[in-house]
Design a binder for this molecule. Structure first.
Ligand SMILES: [Cu+2]
Length: 170
């Protein structure tokens, strides 16, 4: 009996573990000017654990993570914060709003090279699972700061699993 319950628990927990995905920004177009990244992002779902990959020829562009104001006004942070590899991977460690811009020339201001996404807390289809509610409270957290995001995400997972075990035992 107990092993059957563990199986059920695994069936619930496993999709969370395997569903993280790599998302190439702009798909085949990559990270460049004169591409509508808002339209591109519109029909996509982003979850904690997913990876954003910015692809571009080295030296042509770069990637800055900024806040909402930086996004709006194309304000470049210190150059040392730029990602410049041409194949920059960003793990979406925390839920909430995320903004990215290119800091080369007027690429952001004139070329529209800027991306805004909303990262969902856990990789489960909304409404499809009774566990969904456990992830909900973090959805409204401000997107500033990223230090405790991973901890928060792990804590959430642990809580969800602990509650799942409770359900199974009771
Ligand atoms: Cu650029």
């Amino acid at each position: 009996m107990a092993s059957k319950q563990i199986l059920i628990l695994l069936a619930i927990a496993f999709p969370v573990l395997i569903s993280a995905k790599d998302i190439t920004v702009g798909d085949h177009t990559g990270w460049t000017i004169n591409f509508d990244y808002q339209t591109w992002a519109q029909d996509k779902e982003f979850y904690v654990g997913d990876k954003l990959i910015f692809k571009y020829p080295v030296g042509s562009h770069n990637v800055f993570k900024v806040n909402g104001t930086g996004f709006q006004n194309c304000i470049k942070p210190a150059l040392s914060e730029a990602l410049i590899s041409g194949n920059d991977t960003i793990v979406l460690a925390t839920p909430g709003r995320k903004w990215y811009i290119c800091g080369v020339g007027q690429h952001c201001a004139s070329g529209g090279q800027k991306l805004f996404i909303v990262v969902n807390p856990v990789a489960m289809s909304p409404g499809a699972s009774p566990w969904q509610s456990f992830g909900a409270p973090t959805q409204d957290l401000p997107a500033t700061g990223s230090g405790n995001g991973i901890l928060l995400a792990s804590f959430q997972s642990i809580m969800a699993i602990a509650l799942a075990i409770l359900f199974v035992v009771v």
